[in-house]
Design a protein around this ligand. Structure first.
Ligand code: AMP
Length: 170
């Protein structure tokens, strides 16, 4: 099955010059969605994991399915002010301004090994901040997994030293 057929390019979204990789056609096709999460989980079936951590919001969709597949709980990393209990946060630079990611303080910690999940690896800024957040909890990172990698943006360079898997590369 060619999963590329289910990823739609939307030019100039959310702003001029960006070609947005729209995964909603893939989510809407049950075999394609299943094949995607199977391929994302496959490298981690024999890896010791304590949690699968998904990044808001499309990382939740893939992360939840991967968590079920590898037999772990799911932990959300969210935008600021969304998580109800005590949180740890990391802020990071955007092209214009700054963004923040948060995790519940008691979600993962010392001795835990986590798999981080997002839909698209672009510049790597979001995943680098998520990785810093996980290290702040005391947990360690077993791997980073994406459905799509935009290799021309060289996000991997910012995630140096991590075990990175992506299913589709552009
Ligand atoms: P970055 O921090 O640049 O790696 O961007 C990653 C986040 O932005 C991911 O959560 C993606 O969902 C989203 N993103 C960035 N660029 C694109 C794109 N061209 N198409 C779809 N999503 C994107």
């Amino acid at each position: 099955m060619d999963l590329n057929e289910y990823i739609r390019d939307i030019p100039d979204f959310p702003k001029p010059g960006i070609i947005f990789k729209d995964i909603t056609p893939l989510l809407g096709q049950p075999e394609a969605f299943k094949a995607s999460t199977d391929a994302m989980a496959a490298p981690y079936h024999d890896v010791e994991l304590d949690a699968v951590v998904g990044i808001e919001s499309r990382g939740f969709i893939f992360g939840a399915a991967i968590a079920q597949s590898v037999g772990c709980g799911f932990v959300p990393i969210r935008k600021p002010g969304k998580l109800p209990a005590d949180t740890i946060s990391v802020s990071y630079e955007l092209e214009y301004g700054e963004d923040t990611v948060e995790i519940h303080r008691d979600a993962v910690g010392e001795g835990d090994r986590v798999l981080l999940v997002d839909d698209v690896l672009a510049t790597g800024g979001t995943m680098a901040a998520a990785g810093e957040l996980i290290r702040k909890t005391g947990a360690s990172i077993a791997g980073l997994v994406f459905l799509v990698e935009l290799s021309f943006l060289d996000g991997r360079a910012r995630l140096d030293g991590e075990d990175i898997h992506s299913v589709l590369t552009y």
